[in-house]
Design a protein around this ligand. Structure first.
Ligand code: HC0
Ligand code: SF4
Length: 578
């Protein structure tokens, strides 16, 4: 242990701790722009590129960046001397001198850490402003992500996310000095690179350099058109985070208020992606049982483990990076797409609504869902996808007092769901939902306890064995694409651990940590609180197994026949392309 004194407060830290870690321990806040530490995951970015976190270390001539300076025993540090403050201000003015000043209309306005810092430092005039011509990179508007590299401050958090955490490698720093920015290979649009559209670069970008492709106005046009029937679905993880946009504590569940707000906004039907998640379990569960049964009978052509296929960035990742293993993923579409397909077939037929009159909007915690909805094979079953943040913006625009809304209920029938569907939004949840159903289908017994604690947790790669009748069902779980890569390489090497099923979610924590959620600026505790909220909602649901959803049962009885039927294959399954 090492002793350090920060602003007169003494503390002990472990070898390897930085001044920033020590300061956090004694409750001293040191401002940072480039630093990123998602505790509990493998992510850490300490490029020390912004120099905002500099402090004075007794006995040293130069100011030291707190994020990258290891503690030495007996160190004495001061974090807010006039010299420190002057230096921080200088850095900030330099950053601002080369930064566009369209803050009024910037997408990140209100969520920009650079803007917050300028407010905090009371910057009124920006020095050096006239000396540097601002670079003019063209804005690139992609299907999920908007890039505006004039606003890049070279903190390189996105690079850390993309290259180290996700191991995708779509982004890297180019040029030096005032011309530096983070770019793609040959300046190609993200769609033409290995980018998976996961949106984790957007989630950590402190400025307006990386934002989502906003589609709020498309939704407003739909709502304003009297000839259209506008149907909305909300993903599991949205309800656990939307409240943060209205000042609520992380982990507050706002399911009922969210439904009420959507009704106020004028959607004709407010439905739940959770309904479709229950359907996914019916299809994917049946597929798993089918593969297991055939394998037990000695069929050598069966591909095990089955891989979950509901996360679009993950689908993109295996299509691009593991195209030799495309027989392994489940062919079930994601709940978002299953919902769209059902809304425009089963529901539309039931209600006599012509397909062309219906607009299906999804509210997703994710940016890759925009890309998924746009994939040509899905034929616009989902028309528009908004992120959690965009929904919040829409509610604010409509002047709806979210906090005082009376809770409302989802509409029938596509608003019915079970607890199994709710936990889809967190790492381990999809496979737990599948196990609840597979267990009962295989053994014919009713599960006493539906909580599979062994599948929960936050380690990047997890493995668990669940007893299902005579079978030891071996399950692998990964969240974050770098962790997924570890499991996929294992699979390529012959599946030595004998997994039967693997769940992958591209974002750290699963959808609760998605790239479309309220910005948490690298505070992973927020993501953990959202996860707990989903487990709470599951616990309080009267039904907690997908195959018990009465609206799902009715739909199979009257429309699909049974899981994996011909019609189910046509509407609820997909294929993968290299
Ligand atoms: Fe998810 Fe989903 S759980 S990917 O994380 O499977 O985005 O929340 O909507 O589709 O249900 C996201 C969340 C979904 C889908 C569901 C799955
Ligand atoms: Fe990389 Fe994901 Fe950003 Fe694409 S969306 S550039 S894969 S971090």
């Amino acid at each position: 242990e090492l002793k350090i004194t920060i602003d007169g407060k003494e503390t002990m830290v472990n070898q390897g701790a930085t001044i920033l870690d020590a300061a956090k321990q004694v409750g001293v806040e040191i401002p940072t722009l480039c630093y990123l530490n998602l505790h509990g995951t493998a992510m850490k970015s300490q490029t020390a590129s912004c120099r905002i976190c500099v402090v004075e270390v007794e006995g040293r001539k130069n100011l030291a960046p707190a994020c990258a300076t290891p503690v030495i025993n007996g160190m004495v540090v001061k974090t807010h001397t006039p010299r420190v403050m002057k230096s921080r201000r200088m850095v900030l003015e330099l950053l601002l001198s080369d930064h566009p000043k369209d803050c009024l209309s910037c997408e990140k306005a209100g969520n920009c850490q650079l803007q917050d810092m300028a407010v905090k430092f009371g910057i009124r005039d920006v020095a050096f402003n006239e000396n540097h011509a601002q670079s003019t990179y063209p804005k690139q508007l992609g299907v999920s992500i908007m890039r505006d590299m004039d606003k890049c401050i070279m903190c390189r958090r996105c690079e850390t996310m993309c290259n180290k955490v996700q191991t995708v490698g779509a982004l890297s720093g180019v040029n030096r000095g005032f011309n530096a920015f983070v770019g793609t290979a040959f300046g190609l649009p993200l769609e033409e690179t290995v980018c998976t559209q996961c949106g984790q670069c957007v989630a950590v970008c402190p400025t307006g350099a990386l934002c989502e492709n906003e589609q709020v106005s498309d939704v407003l046009s739909g709502l304003a058109n009297p000839d259209k029937v506008v149907v909305v679905q909300t993903a599991p993880a949205v309800r656990a985070a939307l409240g943060e946009e209205f000042g609520m504590e992380a982990g507050t569940l706002v399911t009922g208020k969210m439904v009420a707000a959507l009704k106020e906004l004028g959607f004709n039907y407010v439905f739940d992606t959770d309904f479709a998640a229950d359907v996914t379990i019916m299809e994917e569960g049946a597929e798993l049982i089918d593969r297991l049964t055939r394998s037990i009978k000695g069929d050598k052509s069966v591909h095990l483990p089955i891989l979950t296929s509901c996360c679009p960035a993950w689908v993109n990742f295996y299509e691009t990076q593991f195209s030799d293993l495309l027989d392994y993923p489940s062919t079930a579409k994601s709940p978002q797409q299953i919902f769209g397909a059902i809304a425009k077939s089963y529901f539309a037929e039931k209600m006599n609504i012509p397909r062309e009159k219906m607009i299906v909007v999804s509210i997703m915690p994710c940016l890759a869902k925009k890309y998924e909805a746009d994939r040509p094979e899905f034929e616009k079953d989902v028309d528009i996808t908004l992120s959690t943040r965009e929904l919040a913006a829409l509610i604010k625009q409509a002047n709806i007092d979210f906090n005082s809304l009376e809770e409302a209920e989802f509409d029938h029938p596509l608003g019915e769901s079970t607890g199994a569907a709710v936990i889809f939004g967190t790492t381990g949840g999809v496979i737990e939902a599948a196990v609840r159903t597979a267990y009962e289908k295989v053994t014919g017994e009713s599960l006493g306890k539906v909580d599979f604690e062994e599948l929960r947790g936050f380690d990047g790669v997890r493995a668990a064995t669940v007893k299902v009748g005579d079978l030891d069902l071996k399950i692998g779980i990964a969240h974050g694409l770098g962790n997924a890569r570890t499991l996929m390489e294992e699979l390529r090497n012959g599946n030595p651990r004998g997994f039967h099923a693997i769940e992958v979610m591209a974002c750290p924590g699963g959808c609760v940590g998605g790239g479309g959620q309220p910005y948490h600026h690298g505070n992973i505790e927020v993501v953990q609180k959202r996860r707990e909220a989903l487990y709470r909602e599951d616990e309080h649901k009267p039904l907690r197994k997908s195959h018990e959803n009465p609206a799902v049962i009715e739909m199979y009885d009257t429309y699909f026949g049974h899981p994996m039927s011909h019609k189910a294959h046509e509407l609820l399954h997909t294929h993968y392309t290299k």
